[in-house]
Design a protein around this ligand. Sequence first.
Ligand code: NAP
Ligand code: GDD
Length: 326
Amino acid sequence: MARRALITGITGQDGSYLAELLLEKGYEVTGMVRRSSTVTFERISHIQDRLTLVPGDLLDEASLIEVLRSHRPHEVYNLAAQSFVQTSFGQPVLTGETTALGVTRLLDAIRLVDPDIRFYQASSSEMFGKVVEVPQNERTPFYPRSPYGVAKVYGHWITVNYRESYQLHATSGILFNHESSRRGLEFVTRKISHGVARIKLGLDDELRLGNLEAQRDWGYAGDYVEAMWLMLQQDAADDYVIATGETHSVREFCELAFGHVGLDYEDFVVQDERFFRPAEVDLLVGDASKARAVLGWKPKTSFEELVHLMVDADLALLSDRGRPGR
Ligand code: NAP
Ligand code: GDD
């Protein structure tokens, strides 16, 4: 009998890669999607006929219970969240309702419907915020710097609490930034790769960014969803850091991305106050040695490959819209 998985956030970047991976592994994949006035299935349109999409929302516990009752998954991957840090400053309550309390609603629904379900929580390196040690591992104390980070700390601890209180197989994957050509356009990596392609094709003359000195541990999303699956195949639930162990600044990302198409970022990047944050996370770099030892996981895509694949994908996406290029 095929194993059944439920993915919340299946329309997002990670949801689409995880759905592909689970289908490859022979799972029956159900994706929970929320109501919207326009279709948001762009990232999963190529596999939509192999998925079962069901309505539900992390804000509505009854909808979660209904999804679990009707589809009886063996594994639940909770990827849904208000995931953009900048938005969390403007919408802190919505972010808390979705990204924090949404986790409790789903864990409670699991406890009520089928406590044997294995649960994955999409925790984040943003929880380390103003880091108290370098690199960060599973024992590093949290110091979140945004309403999003605070909400993820809640989501992490409620996952641990349901594991300890009700013996749920509930795992928290603490993933460092991971990117791809399917990354939302508002996140800095995709904003840069898309901006580079637009500039190269003559569609734009500048790229407006915020803090160029922030450093992140950037990996490739396709590599990271494999770690999620591996975590739920373990006998016991636990917490794992997933990261590359390398850190790079936004400036370096710009340098490489513009350099890939023969341009100098300094000719095009303009710093704009609008993109700075009330509180910043200056430096993230993860230590994934536990994941390597226990799960046998390691990243496959280098930073340079990541930057190049994102720029190439945006060039291909936009090339039919361009004028004679630079
Ligand atoms: P994403 O592209 O922003 O996707 C978020 C998903 O959540 C979308 O499918 C969205 O649906 C859904 N969603 C939002 N609010 C919802 C609600 N109230 N009920 C149900 N679904 C809702 O995020 P991602 O980059 O794939 O990240 C996946 C998860 O990992 C998120 O929890 C994120 O916080 C976490 N994370 C991401 C990273 C990273 O670097 N990517 C690192 C660490 C942790 P719509 O399509 O309808 O908007
Ligand atoms: N978005 C954005 N836009 N960020 C900018 C810009 C800009 O124009 N200019 C500079 N930055 C800086 C931000 O200030 C931040 O320091 C860094 O680029 C990365 O920003 P994002 O790409 O928005 O990602 P994030 O690190 O805040 O959050 C992402 O990673 C987390 C894991 O650490 C998101 O995917 C979160 O959902 C995830 O949990």
